[in-house]
Structure formats: C-alpha cells, structure tokens
Write a protein that binds this ligand. Structure first.
Ligand code: ATP
Length: 288
C-alpha cells in the first residue's frame, strides 16, 4: 500500500503533554476524541501500565505499538471500559468519564473490534452486521425483523467502505480473515463509532489480507473516525498512522507523528534499539 492523501491541517495529530519524546505539531487546536492522562493500572502488585498520557484525534489513526507483555491488552481494556484505571483520567470529547462496562463505553461512541471479532461464524454476513440491533417493522407487540431493510443497509454500508461481498447470505465463517475484520469495522462505523479501537487487526493475516484491512482503517479515518490501531507490526503502523506511541513494559517510551518519522525509527524503537545491538553483539560472539 502506498501513500494516502495528507490529513487536513485542522485534523493533524498534536502534542502530548508530558509524553516522552513528545514533538508538538504546529497549528494543533483540535479537541481529542479520547485522551488518557497519567493512567496506571495495577493488578495486585503487578503494574501493567504506568503513567500513560496519550491523545486520539478525530479523523486520524493513532497507532499503539508494543511487543508481548508491553501492556497493549490492558490499555485496550481501559479504553473500552473493561478495566478501570487505578490512577489517572480518561476523557471523551474533553470530559472526564469513568466507564464501568464496555456497554457504557460503546454508548459514548467508543467501539472496540477485538481479535476474536465477536462474530457468529455460522450466521450470515448481514445478521452478523446487526447482531442484536436489527431493524424491525410492525407495531408492538407484533414486531418483526425487517430483513429486507437489514440486507439493503448492510450492503450499502459495506459498499460505502469499498467492501464488495457478493453474497450477504454467506456465513461469516466462510469469509477470509481480512473480510471478517472489514465487516466488523464497517459495522462499528455504521453504528456511530466516534472512536474505533482495533486490537491487532492484521496479526493473523498474510500480506494481501493485511493490505485489505489497512485500506478499511483508512476508510474509517476518512469518515472522521478517531482510529486506535494496536499492533506489534511497525510496518503496518507506518503505512496508516498519523501518530505513533511506543509501549514498552507498561510505559510509553517514544512518541512520533507522521511526517517526522521514518519507518526505520519505528522498527528500531520497536526492536528496542540498544537491546537489538546488544543481541547482535551477543550472537556474533557465539558465532565466532
Ligand atoms: N489480570 C491480570 N492480572 C495480573 N497481571 C496481569 C493481568 N493482566 C495483565 N497482566 C500483566 O500486565 C502486563 C501487561 O500485560 P498485557 O496483556 O496488557 O500485555 P500485551 O502487550 O497485551 O501482551 P501480549 O501482546 O503478549 O498479549 C503483563 O506483565 C501481564 O502479565
């Protein structure tokens, strides 16, 4: 996948107060859709994430990069209302919020597409698209599923995202991994997500399917959604990201913005720069 149109100035990602390596972007005045301020989460004596400050702006893709055990899942669960922070604040549209359930986060416009996608494999594409939110017709108590409208809405919504699934009656389990992700993304956008959190959406996919998913990440962004893209793949992040946060052992260790970072910076930051050099040195001495 190649370049995509630049983000308009008013939508550019901005500085993060207090984040390590924060690099302010000139002209930044947009209100973040979602913000964390000095958030920490402890599980007993284990501090899974500590002092995390980040922002997610509308119409941008914010990538959170981290290796195994970096704290990505914990972060997602805080953003999506599964966990509450032990310390710090979560703000939605500039207001401090405290979610006790994922349903509350969803009602505030924060949709999360988890890796398992929460789809029902044997159910059709269109039924999966609505899953409990189907359009109905008739007057209570005689209410019926409006299948015709549901199919039409599903088809239109998928096409608007550039997703062409020939047969909406097809069980979701028969779609490719990339297509399933695409349906989940389109569904979240349709139901009014202001913030879309994607949990490693490309981790189980090959190159071509990853490209398909990254395309829909950009589609969501173009529709003004604030996308949070959680990944351990710096190459995928680089292709779509406007802002990049590096998470390492529960801490934010680096922050970059698009246009001021080259791919190698991300790869190196992910690999832990100095650690990688030490490892190479170690291997050399073994090979000698
Ligand atoms: N419920 C829990 N109880 C105790 N410790 C936890 C809990 N959840 C996470 N942790 C610890 O917090 C740290 C961060 O875990 P987390 O799952 O958030 O990392 P991750 O980046 O998602 O890793 P991975 O990519 O391997 O899933 C780990 O040391 C983990 O053992």
């Amino acid at each position: 996948m190649s370049e995509y149109p630049p983000v308009p100035d008013h939508q550019r990602a901005g500085p993060v107060a207090g984040a390590p390596g924060a690099s302010p972007v000139p002209g930044e005045d947009v209100r973040p859709a979602l913000e964390l301020r000095s958030v920490s989460k402890a599980f007993g004596s284990v501090l899974a994430i500590r002092d995390i400050t980040l922002r997610v702006d509308p119409g941008t893709v914010t990538c959170v990069l981290g290796d195994n055990g970096a704290g990505k899942s914990t972060l997602i669960k805080i953003l999506s209302g599964v966990h509450q922070p032990t310390e710090g604040e979560l703000l939605v549209d500039g207001e401090v919020r405290s979610f006790t359930t994922p349903r509350e986060a969803l009602a505030a416009g924060i949709a999360t597409v988890f890796q398992d996608l929460a789809t029902v494999p044997l159910m059709s594409v269109w039924r999966n698209f609505f899953l409990g939110n189907e359009p109905m017709r008739g007057v209570p108590p005689l209410r019926f599923l409006d299948a015709r409208t549901a199919r039409a809405v599903c088809r239109d919504e998928l096409l608007a995202m550039g997703i062409d699934i020939r047969d909406l009656e097809q069980p979701v389990g028969t779609l490719s991994g990339g297509e399933r992700q695409a349906v989940a993304i389109a569904r979240a956008v349709h139901f009014g997500a202001k913030v879309l959190i994607l949990d490693e959406p490309t981790s189980a996919l090959g190159v071509k399917q990853s490209g398909v998913v990254l395309k829909y990440v950009l589609q969501a962004r173009e529709r003004g959604v604030a996308v949070v893209f959680i990944t351990h793949n710096p190459h995928h992040a680089y292709l779509v990201g406007d802002r990049f946060y590096l998470l390492n052992r529960g801490r934010l260790t680096d922050e970059f913005v698009r246009g001021r970072v080259v791919r190698e910076d991300l790869v190196k930051a992910m690999a832990g720069g100095a650690e990688l050099e030490a490892l190479a040195h170690e291997l050399e001495s073994v090979n000698r």
